[in-house]
Design a protein around this ligand. Structure first.
Ligand SMILES: C[S@@+](CC[C@H](N)C(=O)[O-])C[C@H]1O[C@@H](n2cnc3c(N)ncnc32)[C@H](O)[C@@H]1O
Length: 315
């Protein structure tokens, strides 16, 4: 096995982000094969029918208490799962459990006008389409050409017929479509720290503190664009797969400062045991106390790390 270590400056910062009693599980999570998570696509099938089919084929399905559509199978069954008819025809989609949380917490409704501002490869866009039962308007933005075409192909395979895809920079959307959307997901491009795998040096090769800073800069601009595109009364779910406070509470603090009393950080409608509150201070600077309502999803033996924050535009 190609055992390598986490980047030293990432490791140095982690104890200031993760409480000591949680650190061993978090550190161990970077070097294990997690169960393979999947989501049943209700645009094409019911959970009962797909589960019955998988169980009959010998899959050891585990259900999750927080979603009737999220399941996992042991890692050893991953290959077999990707060879099933249900996988090929889009009745199920492989999607990490933490990634399934963002659309669930955004809670898009049929008939609404919804934006996914950083959409490829489209796991969350197709989940949103299913939650909306293909009714309403769903725009999916992705500026990277090959990822854009992957997004389109995935949405097609998943039967997400209401989604319209736009090959464009999310930073330009706010000025083009001010106050247009009821709900917006900004699953921002990030330094992907939660994807580190200590057995795969490539997973860490693009990371540096400079990259964290560059991501934070882009995230602030994407957040501002999303905020402008949101209708008064609308909701914005911001998420990343980074632990870095600069990319999470730091980026949000900048938006909160600009948006003033237009913005409310909402309590999440529910939390899991591995959700920690958002940080209210980092590197000698204070963040708004309301950011403690965000969730730092700690990685464990079944979930990847994640960050989630739900905002409301009051007027
Ligand atoms: C974390 S991924 C999104 C994953 C996606 N939400 C899903 O669940 O499948 C972030 C995406 O943002 C895209 N991106 C990068 N720069 C962007 C920008 N300026 N505007 C919009 N999207 C951008 C990346 O190419 C990448 O596909």
């Amino acid at each position: 096995m190609n055992q390598t270590v986490l980047p030293p400056s990432f490791l140095e910062r982690l104890p200031a982000i993760v409480p000591p009693e949680r650190l061993p599980v978090v550190l161990a999570s970077f070097g294990i094969d997690k169960p393979v998570a999947l989501r049943i696509n209700t645009l094409k099938a019911s959970a009962d029918s797909v589960c019955a089919e998988l169980a009959a084929a010998g899959f050891q399905l585990k259900s999750l208490p927080w979603s009737g559509l999220a399941f996992s199978v042991p890692f050893e069954q991953k290959r077999a799962l990707t060879e099933t008819a249900a996988f090929y025809d889009g009745r199920l989609y492989l999607q990490n459990l933490s990634s399934q949380l963002a659309p669930l917490l955004l809670d898009p409704q049929p008939g609404e006008t919804v934006l996914d501002l950083a959409a490829a490869p489209g796991g969350k866009t197709s989940q949103i389409a299913a939650m909306m039962a293909n009714q309403g308007r769903l725009s999916a933005v992705e500026p990277v050409r090959d990822r854009f075409f992957r997004l389109k192909a995935n949405l097609d395979q998943q039967g997400a017929t209401l989604a319209k895809c736009y090959l464009m920079d999310g930073r330009a959307v706010g000025s083009k479509c001010p106050a247009m959307f009821d709900r917006i997901l900004l699953d921002a491009p990030c330094s992907s720290e939660a994807r580190f795998d200590t057995r795969d040096p490539e997973s860490m090769s693009h990371w540096s503190l400079k990259k964290v800073g560059e991501c934070a800069h882009k995230q602030k601009r994407l957040l501002q664009s999303a905020w402008t595109a949101l209708k008064p009364g609308g909701r914005l779910l911001y998420s990343t797969c980074s632990f870095a406070p600069e990319e999470n509470e730091g980026a949000l603090a900048t938006l909160l400062k600009h948006a003033g009393d237009e913005v409310e950080v909402l309590d999440l409608p529910w939390r899991l045991d591995n959700f920690l509150p958002g940080l209210t201070a980092w590197d000698g600077k204070l963040f708004p106390a309301s950011l403690s309502r965000a969730a730092r999803v700690l990685p464990d033996e079944s979930m990847d790390g994640f960050f989630l924050c739900l905002l409301k535009k009051k007027r």
